[in-house]
Ligand binder design. Structure first.
Ligand code: IPM
Ligand code: MG
Length: 360
């Protein structure tokens, strides 16, 4: 198979972790007889430095012409980086938001899994972590507060800032369908999260989710208010299979869910449109404080590459081979510094990439 992949190294640890993911993908290509063409493009801070803007039309174009996009991470230190002296519309994150919108990546899949080998890193009480958990947050990614009209005006002698939260029925329906579809091939449970006791957009969300649920009689579903969900995630994370939610709630809850695993360096993500096209990136940020030190954990990016093989190319065996290789490396006791514990063997970013590659 021919795989045309646009590659965004990004900022901070981005280039290091993408290098390791490419190593692993190249090994897969050799072993299973595929041909991968990488098209390296700039986005975020790297693009600001080269082009003055965080995202160019050329980058969007190349991404659109590819089968999938593999990304490291973007952004810098918000207190010290000159990127954050620019107008908000020219900062690294604005590039990411524009890319999501331009590629219509409305469905953001964020799995949060407690790896049995790393359960010691879970910050929750042992009686909770013992149960383990494996959930997927299906976050709507191109609507809601992130993309509603916003402005700051002057009223009665003071400034007034306005952000608007809008959702149409069709925007809700297409993400709800994604949520139920994925639950159908997992443990068949959807928890739809909203704030229907306050927000109109949430009341519409509930109504549409209920309509979509009728087409999936095998899947059980429930509604949960977002504040309750934030509590339940630390009280009993094992209750969740698929959490279906809007953009802002998903942003917040996915950080919480990843923290509960204790190993954010292990969490992958996919952002998909309604075809097989997707952008794959680790759930963590660009960690500028450790950039260039060869100590970052490349496993989340490698797992994102596995998600890409699965969702964009239907290469399930190859994706499984990557996941198995990572399992072996963890079983053998190799750890990057972020997941290091007593008695384990500490390795660098590139050593971790080599170890996984060798086990494929
Ligand atoms: C994320 C990030 C982004 C978001 C930022 C960088 C704009 O926090 O992917 O979760 O809020 O969506
Ligand atoms: Mg976030």
């Amino acid at each position: 198979m021919n795989l045309n992949i646009a590659c965004i190294n990004g900022d901070g640890i981005g280039p290091e972790i993408v290098t390791e993911a490419k190593k692993v993908l190249n090994k897969i290509a050799t072993k299973y007889g595929h041909e991968i063409n990488y098209n390296d493009v700039l986005m975020g801070g790297a693009s600001i430095d080269a082009n003055g803007v965080p995202l160019t039309d050329e980058t969007i174009d190349i991404c659109k012409k590819s089968d999938a996009v593999l990304m490291g991470s973007i952004g810098g230190n918000t207190a010290t980086s000159p990127w954050y002296k620019l107008d908000p519309s020219l900062r690294p994150e604005a590039g990411l938001l524009k890319l999501r919108k331009s590629l219509n990546l409305f469905a953001n899949l964020r799995p949060a899994v407690l790896y049995p080998q790393l359960s010691g890193a879970c910050p929750l009480k042992e009686e909770i972590s013992e149960a383990g958990f494996d959930m997927l947050i299906m976050r709507e990614l191109t609507g809601g507060l992130y993309f509603g009209e916003r402005k700051t005006i002057e009223e009665n002698g003071e400034k007034k800032a306005i952000d608007t939260l809008t959702y149409t029925e069709s925007e809700i329906r297409r993400i709800a369908i994604k949520g139920f579809e994925i639950a159908n091939v997992r443990r068949k449970k959807v928890t739809s999260v909203d704030k229907a006791n306050v927000l109109d957009s949430s009341r519409l969300w509930r109504k549409v989710v209920e309509e979509v649920a009728k087409d999936y009689p095998e899947v059980t579903y429930e509604h949960m208010l977002v504040d309750n969900c934030a509590m339940q995630l630390v009280k009993d994370p094992a209750q969740f299979d698929v959490i279906l939610t809007e953009n802002m709630f998903g942003d917040i809850l996915s950080d919480e869910a990843s923290m509960v695993t204790g190993s954010i360096g292990m969490l992958a993500s996919a952002s998909m449109n309604d075809s097989k096209f997707g952008l794959y990136e680790p759930s963590h940020g660009s960690a500028p404080d450790i950039a260039g030190l060869n100590v970052a954990n490349p496993l989340a990016t490698i797992l994102s590459a596995a998600m890409m093989l699965k969702y964009s190319f239907d290469l399930h065996e190859e994706a499984q081979a990557i996941e198995n290789a990572i399992g072996k490396v963890l079983d053998e006791g190799y750890r990057t510094v972020d997941i290091m514990s007593d008695g384990m063997k500490k390795v660098s970013c590139s050593e971790m990439g080599d170890l996984v590659t060798d086990r494929i």
